[in-house]
Write a protein that binds this ligand. Structure first.
Ligand code: ZN
Length: 75
């Protein structure tokens, strides 16, 4: 059976094949991703492209996760 990774947002039931996600092990589904402001998404993809696997990338990822979770909770 293929391993699935769940969306980072609590109670979100969406999953993605772990294979597709490599080398990452966390994921935000399309629906919750679109709740993250464009500027944040752009900054993250920029950092990921220029300096992959850096601390800056993981810091930004944690931030995006928090934003997506807050947006989902309607805060
Ligand atoms: Zn989700």
């Amino acid at each position: 059976m293929t391993e699935r990774v769940r969306c980072c947002v609590p109670f979100c039931r969406r999953t993605i094949a772990a294979e597709k996600l490599k080398p990452w092990n966390e994921w935000i589904c399309g629906k919750h991703w679109s709740a993250v402001p464009k500027i944040e998404r752009r900054e993250y993809s920029w950092t990921k492209r220029r300096i992959p696997n850096s601390d800056a990338t993981s810091v930004q990822w944690e931030r995006l996760k928090a934003v997506a979770i807050e947006a989902a909770a309607g805060i």
